[in-house]
Design a protein around this ligand. Sequence first.
Ligand code: AMP
Length: 218
Amino acid sequence: MRILLFGPPGVGKGTQAKLLAEAYAIPHYSTGDMLRAAAAAHTQLGLQAKQLMDAGHLVPDPVMIGIVREVLVSPAGRQGFILDGFPRTLPQAEALVDIFREIGITTFCVINVDVDAEEIVRRLGSRLVCDREGKIFNSELDHVQAGEPCPSCGTPLTQRKDDRPDAIRQRLSVYHVKSASVLTFYERLGVVHTVDGAGSNESVNREVRIVLDASVCP
Ligand code: AMP
């Protein structure tokens, strides 16, 4: 199964991707997670990317295309995957066509998670992360604040720098300017399935799985 998870920042793509990776036993490749791992490891790429990410800007296309190509051509990537956060621009979508051609992939589907803009701003503004386990919490729903211990492992929870109000505005604007055309690109190919991302993680996941289990996604 090859799934591209698409949607603006804050719709819960990461959470859905993790649930789907577990349910279908396929690898989850999140370009945001890869960049954050590179930044935490202080690699040259990571340090350069961090500045752009913190400000809500995109990392340049050639860098992102190189990263994704590397994982998809690997033996693990050839078994199927969930790609989360890529492609985000038209050049990335076009490059992915070439990568798929190179590794012989002819079928895939795009799950577009749709949530209205006001709700996105609210969700991102209240998102907290556990840097140790990568778990995501919501300060309103989970009744935790930044600096308080992760309910699961006790590590102090933090707010991502790009979840601060000015960076959220920048990321949403980038999405509308650059990423919306990616959806049009895939709609023309007839591979997009839109699900309502407004409910709980579990209900959204049920909806996504109904789409996937209906075999629309080979
Ligand atoms: P995410 O965790 O998917 O919200 O990504 C966090 C940040 O990583 C984005 O705001 C970008 O700065 C960067 N990033 C992730 N994926 C891409 C991509 N496909 N193209 C460019 N930048 C990306």
